[in-house]
Unconditional design. Structure first.
Lengths: 79, 134
């Protein structure tokens, strides 16, 4: 039963990494990983319905919204 | 209190502190929005770990329950007292389920406001937005 503790550590570490990361696209990918690991933790905490909603919204809707916003705010700039 | 519950509380503390630090100290407005999202995740994790009962049932799934049960084979179903004393506490789950959906909609509103600010100021840096106003 060490897997859930590893998931908790992964959530805390990826939250820190998403903030520290300079490249915003990489930051969004790390945030998606954090959100999906949080859904797995909700499953281990016996809340399967919350885990399903968190997995759908955190892994599909959240990076989609962030990438659309990031595309609209970096379009005119050449990087 | 269970060790896994304590570890969940500590992880939620790390999430909330990280989100507050990003909201206060980061210059990029998208990093501030990521920090607000992290604070919401930490609050959800606190609420979920309150309702955890080690070795308990998932409250939405009654064990040994079948849709085709007839009154003659109801006897192997769990009694209500046994189910209620072993299932995890399900009130915070309903709260968190609402909070996740509301968090997603407030996130989309925040991102739309960031796009509008970019179209006005042509930058994502909060420092430069305030410099332009003065």
């Amino acid at each position: 039963m060490m897997f859930d503790y590893i998931l908790l550590f992964a959530v805390a570490l990826s939250a820190l990494m998403a903030i520290i990361q300079e490249n915003l696209y990489k930051s969004i990918i790390i945030l998606t990983f954090e959100s999906f690991s949080l859904a797995a933790i909700f499953h281990f905490l016996l809340a399967t319905d919350v885990a399903a909603v968190q997995a759908i919204l955190g892994a599909a809707l959240l990076p989609g919204l962030f990438i659309v916003a990031l595309y609209k705010t970096t379009k005119g700039r050449d990087e | 209190m269970e060790p896994f519950q304590v570890a969940s509380f500590m992880t939620a503390g790390v999430l909330i502190v990280t989100g507050l630090w990003a909201l206060l100290m980061m210059d990029n407005i998208l990093k501030k929005i990521i920090g607000a999202n992290l604070i919401g995740d930490g609050a959800n994790l606190v609420l979920i770990s309150i309702g955890y009962r080690p070795g308990g049932f998932i409250p939405e799934v009654m064990h040994h329950f079948h849709a085709t049960a007839t009154p003659s084979n109801y006897s192997h179903l769990l009694q209500f007292e046994e189910f209620a004393s072993n299932a995890s506490y399900s009130l915070p789950f309903a709260l968190v389920l609402t909070n996740i959906v509301i968090g997603a909609s407030t996130l989309s509103v925040m991102l739309a406001l960031a796009v509008v600010l970019y179209k006005k100021y042509h930058t994502l840096s909060v420092q430069k937005m305030f410099e332009g106003d003065e």
